[in-house]
Design a protein around this ligand. Structure first.
Ligand code: BES
Ligand code: ZN
Ligand code: ZN
Length: 494
């Protein structure tokens, strides 16, 4: 979908979207049209008792006296209670309606009375929400859904068109990162294996990202026995991909993001049940988020040094697969008894986390992983689980979660839980028993983190088969790209 910004005023034709607050006081372009048509819009609103609740829609044939064919009134609710995030969601809801109404091109009059936000930002937020919403994964449909091209063009009318365009450029970069992450999660595992994933990351080189791809031989030399143990049952080789963006001051410590990238998780020899196993194509949602984020940072030329590390493996049962009870040695030198081959994400991340802190000495490290079913038992699909050794980083993630709608809820870490993964004949085991499954998984990861501020986001509930929202209708949500981008914007840039 193409987005443009223009000044209101010059006569326009086609489909126009206007906003109406709960108190029905029309503003700007909407008020102007209402006046010129002898109150046509006010009358329509009254006639059907349109309440103008947030995201409610009233679709009207335009009256004779205006150049438009169709006027769509979108409810604002109480503008005094609308937050920036909700303006973005409103843009998404409007775009979703236009798409379902088979509108291919539309204008939006961005007259929204929101305190503390200038007109340019509001216009850009509307466009951002629309951009995020207009996404579909139809690569494997021989007949594309519906006829026509969908919503192909959106023009936002604002008195500050030039500034809005500038603000939107950054939002667009982020939306592209989100779409890229969604594509990766939606791809089936026969199309997206570790080698292909790495290739797609590398293909983004022209964005300015520096991409390195480590092969199994290199990982072996580094001693990544935990990661390689997971990969050994698959005909598809693993890859460790390092993405670097140097937009900050030279010599400034980077911020680091690490992603679990299991392109398919059968469970290995501890094989999963058949029902729902197809969802495990999304077990690389953490890696997809890191990739989308790094792409967004590069595209918007963020003033920060950042590294993204993704560990890509396929977890398969096979004659060469690791067995329950096998003991592997991680890059950290710690030994792990693999009591359940389905608890593979933590094994892969153990080496990826150690490698990242060892090589890059980052300012902080955030990892994302579709790590446990247990986090969904605790939090459902509304919040991702947050585990951290640092209160400031946790607070920031919590706040930016609320600001973006990608919410996180902090869970405990404690020595009592850590003890649950001790093991007689190795340094640790990779499962903790029936209780506190998401926490013991996090404790496991923490054993591979030294003194660096670190947060682990368990995104099993949010990265795939996510709640559908006004800005996302896709199975693979791209969750986390907006959250982590905002974390950087608010606290680590400039
Ligand atoms: N990838 C799964 C976790 C998962 C489950 C993500 C459902 C999304 C939806 C992970 O590798 C796994 O299998 N975890 C096990 C751990 C257990 C064996 C200790 C789990 O959660 O059951
Ligand atoms: Zn698993
Ligand atoms: Zn997994």
């Amino acid at each position: 979908m193409n987005v443009a910004f223009a000044a209101p005023g010059q006569p326009k034709t086609g489909v126009l979207v206007i906003f109406c607050p709960e108190n029905k006081k029309l503003l700007g372009v909407a008020a102007d049209i209402d006046k010129r048509t002898g109150g046509h819009i006010s009358k329509a609103i009254k006639a059907i008792s349109f309440e103008a609740k947030r995201e409610q829609i009233l679709d009207l044939v335009a009256p004779d006296k205006v150049s438009f064919q169709r006027i769509i009134v979108a409810g604002l609710g109480d503008p005094d209670k609308i937050a920036a995030r909700e303006v973005e969601f409103l843009g998404g809801a409007v775009a979703g309606y236009l798409q379902s109404a088979k509108v291919e091109s539309a204008l939006i009059a961005a007259d929204i009375p929101v305190k503390d936000h200038d007109a340019a930002t509001l216009a850009a937020l509307l466009a951002s929400g629309a951009k995020l919403r207009i996404y579909s994964f139809d690569r494997y449909k021989s007949k594309k859904s519906g006829n026509g091209k969908g919503l192909a063009s959106l023009t936002v009318l604002t008195s500050q068109a030039a500034r809005a365009k500038k603000v939107f450029a950054d939002y667009q970069a982020v939306a592209e990162g989100v779409h890229f992450a969604r594509d990766l999660v939606n791809e089936p595992a026969n199309k997206l294996n570790p080698v292909e994933f790495a290739r797609r990351v590398k293909a983004n080189g022209k964005s300015g990202l520096v991409v390195e791809i480590l092969t199994p031989a290199q990982m072996k030399r580094l001693g990544m026995g935990a990661l390689l143990g997971v990969a050994q049952g698959s005909a598809n080789e693993p890859r460790l991909v390092v993405m670097r963006w140097q937009g900050g001051k030279r010599g400034d410590k980077p911020v680091a993001f690490v992603g679990k990238g299991v392109t398919f998780d059968t469970g290995g020899i501890s094989i999963k049940q058949a029902a729902g196993m197809e969802d495990m194509k999304g077990d690389m949602g953490g890696a997809a988020c890191v990739t989308g984020l790094m792409l967004a940072l590069a595209r918007r030329k963020a003033k920060v040094n950042a590294v993204g590390v993704i560990a890509l493996v396929e977890n398969m049962p096979d004659g060469n697969a690791q067995r329950p009870g096998d003991i592997v040695t991680s890059m950290a030198g710690k030994t792990i008894a693999v009591l359940n081959t389905d608890a593979e994400g933590r094994l892969v991340l153990a080496d990826a986390l150690w490698y990242t802190q060892d090589r890059f000495k980052p300012k902080f490290m955030v990892n994302l992983a579709t790590l446990t079913g247990a986090i969904m038992v605790a939090l459902g699909k509304e919040y991702a689980g947050l585990f951290s050794n640092n209160d400031d980083l946790s607070q920031r993630l919590y706040e930016e979660g609320l600001a973006t709608g990608e919410k996180v809820w902090r869970m405990p870490l404690a020595p009592e839980y850590d003890r649950m993964i001790d093991f007689e004949v190795a340094d640790m085991k990779n499962i903790g028993g029936r209780n506190a499954g998401a926490i013991t998984a996090a404790q496991f990861l923490q054993r591979f983190v030294n003194n660096v501020p670190w947060a682990h986001l368990d995104v099993a509930g949010t990265a795939m088969d996510a709640n559908r929202t006004s800005i996302n209708q896709s199975w693979g949500s791209g969750w986390g790209v907006r959250l982590l981008n905002r974390l950087i914007v608010e606290h680590y840039e400039g």
